[in-house]
Design a protein around this ligand. Structure first.
Ligand SMILES: C[S@@+](CC[C@H](N)C(=O)[O-])C[C@H]1O[C@@H](n2cnc3c(N)ncnc32)[C@H](O)[C@@H]1O
Length: 372
């Protein structure tokens, strides 16, 4: 049993009571049943404010938003407090302590556009429909995705956090295989593979119900993955999405050739972001009071740049060392490849990474020119 005093924190313009520290690891709460506040997720929550503002602005009807795994409720409380428009938020958590904290936070913030709920998220999703569903668990969101896809309205958004990066990044490939039905791959490109496995899983789950997916924003941060995926009803959308669902043979590319014999995936090989949406979301940042505004601005500009980039990337240092040469400046690589008519993009996965449509031989040539 967790015996703990709640403390007030402020994120954005919202004050919330939260449980800050873990006192006991024992008791009925397994890790998944503990309503603790994680300060390092502030930027994750800040981004959900602007994405939801964009979504509500574009939703032509009253929007039903769900914070499905609320803990203190800070995410949902912030949505209710910090975004404008015609919407209501449901905040749910099956844990009794979490539920009573959510209720206290509703009183503290004097919110009226919020419904509290104390159910198993899967049950709630089978009983109700929503336009936006946020799934922010400890670990994997996999066990909630099927019911979220059934529950979401056409053109609604499912947002998922996955903190089970070790399975998704190939450290525990068997766990990934069980959970997501995909083979992960531990390598420098593991974060992009992990993110794409998560998207591929959502794509596959949606297709069962003749629904397709369109990733709006997808990213890898310190120790988690986060995706915002639009769900579109219709078998044509499902078929179109499934064209992006495939395995990769390690023989296909230099990027995967490092001691790997097995196919990787299946995973999502389509776009990670919607460029137009990201531009609009980025402009909304100016209108909000957010502590992580500056870092989000930079992150969103990287997403915007890589939105139309090919899948996977090279890292300058690794590429140079495979050619047994010193590392050239990223700027030079961009100039050289662009001057030869290729597209080159920065990527949020690595500060020294780049994505390009140039063939491997061309990249090697460019590296070998004297560019230091
Ligand atoms: C990581 S915390 C949520 C953090 C919160 N979204 C935030 O931003 O601070 C996960 C929460 O999910 C709740 N939970 C786990 N499984 C659940 C289920 N099946 N139904 C409802 N709540 C659940 C736990 O009680 C815990 O409070």
């Amino acid at each position: 049993m967790i015996v703990q005093k709640a403390e007030i924190v402020k994120e954005g313009t919202t004050e919330c009571l939260v449980f800050k520290k873990k006192i006991s690891k024992k008791g009925p709460g397994s890790k998944d049943n503990e309503p603790f506040y994680n300060p390092s997720m502030e930027s994750n929550r800040d981004l959900s404010i602007v994405v939801n503002q964009w979504f509500v602005n574009n939703c032509k009807k009253h929007a039903c938003l769900l914070d499905g795994l609320g803990a203190s409720g800070i995410r949902g409380i912030r949505l209710a407090n910090e975004i404008d428009g015609d919407f209501a938020v449901t905040i749910n958590d099956w844990n009794e302590q979490a539920f009573s904290l959510i209720k206290k936070n509703l009183e503290l913030n004097k919110l009226e556009n919020v419904i509290d709920s104390n159910k198993n998220l899967n049950v709630l999703l089978l009983e109700n429909k929503y336009h936006y569903i946020d799934i922010d668990p400890f670990g994997s969101p996999a066990r909630f995705v099927d019911s979220a896809i059934r529950s979401i309205y056409n053109n609604g958004i499912i947002a998922c956090t996955a903190t089970d990066t070790a399975p998704l990044c190939g450290i525990y490939p068997n766990v990934c295989w069980r959970r997501y039905g995909a083979r992960s791959f531990h390598s420098y490109v593991m974060h992009e593979i992990g993110l794409r496995i998560l998207l591929g899983f959502i794509c596959r789950e949606a297709a069962k119900y003749d629904k397709g997916i369109e990733p709006i924003v997808s990213y890898s941060a310190d120790y988690y993955f986060r995706v915002y995926v639009k769900i579109r009803n219709g078998k044509d959308y499902a078929n179109e999405s499934m064209e992006n669902f495939s395995v990769i043979s390690p023989k296909e590319s230099f990027i995967f050739s490092d001691n790997n014999e097995h196919d990787i995936g299946p995973l999502w090989l389509g776009k990670l972001h919607n460029k137009t949406a990201i531009k609009e979301i980025r402009t909304l940042l100016f209108k909000k009071e957010l502590n992580t505004k500056n870092s989000l601005w930079k992150l969103l500009s990287l997403f915007e740049e890589e939105a139309n980039a090919p899948s996977f990337f090279y890292i300058t240092d690794d590429f140079a060392s495979s050619l047994k040469m010193a590392t050239p400046k990223l700027k030079k690589i961009f100039e050289k490849l662009t001057s030869r008519g290729y597209e080159v993009f920065r990527t949020h996965f690595s500060p020294t990474g780049f994505k390009t449509n140039a063939y491997l031989d061309e990249i090697k040539k460019v590296f070998k020119e004297n560019m230091i």
